[in-house]
Design a protein around this ligand. Structure first.
Ligand SMILES: Cc1cc2nc3c(=O)[nH]c(=O)nc-3n(C[C@H](O)[C@H](O)[C@H](O)COP(=O)(O)OP(=O)(O)OC[C@H]3O[C@@H](n4cnc5c(N)ncnc54)[C@H](O)[C@@H]3O)c2cc1C
Length: 390
């Protein structure tokens, strides 16, 4: 998602880009359901709109109007209502399969974007003056810079000797989709249960995406439950407010971990998205950080090319890293802290956090501050995230 976004943004602004992805519209079609959906912050939606992608998603994404946060059985809660901000929705939920298809659909229409998909990188030689990449299709690409958007297990990052700081959580996220009798009203719920957050995220129609964080040691038994037992476990956590529910399609699981590359660049190489960092999904921010990387890098490279600079050199790539590292570091720390705070059963800690939720709920200024962060409209935003052209 991040690599395609960068490629479209950069090519639309006039750079010549080759995109290599081992997935393609055809492989996505053959695998029609991949389980995950993403909460796209309002500013990321503006970026996707500015590069011509949102029009492919507008009919399948569901606006998130409100966010409701509660702690186990406590009656204290925090409710973010977008109307209190006097702006539009907080963002939108879209299934990842639709986001990827939308990106591929737009990529095929952009002049200056050469799509190699499905294809894999076979070799990458990074020299003083240029990069030469060969693909398993036999194609060869020469460029001043390689942008690595190949995700958490990037081999380009490893081969460049860029170390990562990482740790794993004793948690796993179980993801599935449910159909329900009553409408969700565009409200995203995050309930903090003993093992971690249980998120109920609104999809188009009477459907929701569930992200159930559970203890890692319990996950194999849960994943092995038969359909009726699994549906019962889901209902116990979901409650009755959506009426009768049925689980749609398979269940998926993702071991949870954090990683952060110690630097985002090397000779003629730069990292974006999960190739550079991965956060706990507690706040639904991972791909949003990646979108911000993509927009910031596109802006830095376009500005450099307008000045006639070599795009693969350290001063250019350091400008991108200075811009993005702080935001990514803060989000890693905040999501890690939230997870530790809420996956904690010590009575005093529980009381303090419940009072905290209730207190924030009564403080409109603080609520507006948190809502602006959730919408991604805070800080020095790349032009595309403000909906402006590059
Ligand atoms: C349970 C869960 C829920 C989440 N929910 C949210 C959410 O609501 N909101 C949010 O913002 N984030 C969320 N995230 C995080 C989000 O899913 C990731 O941050 C995001 O997928 C990262 O995107 P990416 O494009 O950087 O990397 P990836 O999605 O890992 O994509 C990497 C791409 O590189 C390609 N590739 C890899 N190697 C090669 C190669 N050698 N040759 C060619 N192609 C290659 C792959 O095919 C793939 O297309 C969630 C994560 C989890 C685990």
């Amino acid at each position: 998602m991040v690599g395609l976004t960068f490629a479209i943004a950069a090519a639309r602004a006039g750079l010549s880009v080759a995109l290599v992805d081992r997935e393609s519209p055809a492989t996505l079609q053959a695998e029609p359901f991949d389980g995950r959906a993403s909460a796209i912050a309002y500013s990321s939606q503006r970026l996707l709109d500015a590069i011509g992608v949102w029009r492919h998603l507008a009919d399948v994404a569901e606006p998130i109007t409100d966010i409701r946060i509660s702690d186990g059985e406590s009656r204290l809660f925090l409710h973010f209502d977008h109307r209190e901000l006097g702006a539009g929705p907080m963002g939108a939920m879209a299934e990842n399969r639709f986001i990827r298809r939308a990106l591929f659909a737009e990529a095929g229409r952009v002049d200056g974007l050469d799509v190699h998909a499905p294809a894999r990188l076979s070799t990458v030689e990074r020299g003083d003056a240029f990069v030469r990449a060969t693909l398993d299709t036999g194609a060869s690409i020469v460029a001043p810079l390689v942008v690595d958007a190949s995700g958490r297990y990037s081999t380009l990052r490893r081969d460049a000797g860029i170390a990562v700081v990482d740790w794993t959580y004793p948690q796993i996220a179980i993801v599935c989709t449910v159909n329900h009798e009553r409408p969700h009203g565009g409200v995203a719920h995050e309930r903090f249960l003993a093992a971690g957050p249980f998120a109920i995220l609104p999809l188009r129609g009477n459907r929701s995406s569930l992200v159930w964080t559970e203890r890692r040691d319990l996950a194999p038994a849960i994943l092995a439950l038969d359909e009726a037992e699994f549906a019962t476990e889901i209902r116990q956590r979901l409650g009755e407010f959506l009426g009768a529910t049925t689980v749609e399609g398979p269940r998926w699981s993702f071991p949870l971990a954090v990683h952060h590359a110690e630097r985002y660049s090397d000779q003629r190489l730069v990292l974006i998205g999960d190739a550079a960092h991965g956060v706990h999904p507690i706040a639904g921010q991972g791909v949003n950080l990646g979108f911000r990387d993509a927009a910031a890098l596109a802006e830095v490279l376009i500005d450099a090319s307008r000045l006639g600079l070599d795009l693969g050199t350290s001063p250019v790539l350091e400008r991108y890293e200075r811009w993005r590292r702080f935001d990514n570091t803060v989000l890693i720390a905040v999501t890690d802290g939230l997870n530790r705070l809420f996956a904690n059963d010590i009575p005093l800690v529980k009381l303090a956090r419940d009072l905290g939720l209730a207190a924030v709920n009564e403080l409109p200024a603080l609520k507006r501050f948190f809502m602006s962060h959730a919408r991604g409209t805070v800080g020095k935003l790349p032009r595309l995230l403000e909906g402006r052209a590059l």
